[in-house]
Design a protein around this ligand. Structure first.
Ligand code: PNS
Length: 172
């Protein structure tokens, strides 16, 4: 079966930063399981079904990527798979504290479980699902930062026209 890594997250929505991590992880692991957390407390923009559909569509031709969702503790989900490690991306030092706490808690819950961190590539270090949603909600362009399908889904969510917004006319 080979070495399997679990890449958990909210993926609300998936960005090219996430995709970059998965693609680089495939150089190291035989299989990557993208595990979408069902966490209604975070009040996600996209339902878990919508997030699953977007991630599955992107990786439909990549058999080494499996896409799934999970409820409850990540360590319990990992135990049901044959994954050897949790994979997380780090963009900046500001991510470190949150990630350090999460990795430490997961290791305390399951002492055999390690978290492996990969630095997000320089092209995407400023990209987060949160800022993507904010920019899209306010009508800004997020093309090139998320897959085209995600761009379309964001526009549908925020009911934005596909065409450019009207220019402000200062002489009005
Ligand atoms: O993309 P995110 O929101 O930073 O991902 C966070 C996620 C989903 C990996 C984390 O919240 C998680 O593992 N949730 C499942 C519940 C859990 O196991 N919590 C204890 C770990 S601190």
């Amino acid at each position: 079966m080979g070495k399997v890594a679990i890449y958990p997250g909210s993926f609300d929505p998936m960005t090219y930063g996430h995709i970059d991590i998965v693609e680089r992880a495939l150089e190291i692991f035989d299989k990557v399981i993208v595990a979408i957390a069902v966490n209604e407390e975070k009040r996600p923009l996209f339902t878990v079904e919508e997030r699953l559909q977007m991630v599955k569509a992107f990786f439909k031709d990549t058999p080494k990527v499996m896409v799934d969702s999970f409820k409850g503790l990540l360590v319990d989900y990992v135990a049901k798979t044959n994954a050897v490690v949790i994979l997380r991306g780090l963009r900046a030092t500001s991510d470190f504290e949150y990630e350090f706490h999460m990795a430490s808690m997961n290791r305390s819950l399951d002492t055999h479980l390690d978290t492996l961190f990969m630095m997000t590539s320089k092209d995407y270090f400023f990209v987060s699902s949160r800022t993507i949603k904010e920019v899209a909600r306010l009508g800004g362009g997020v093309e090139g930062l998320v897959p085209d399908l995600v761009v379309r889904r964001l526009k549908q969510k925020f009911k934005l026209p596909v065409t450019k917004r009207n220019q402000i006319r200062w002489d009005d």
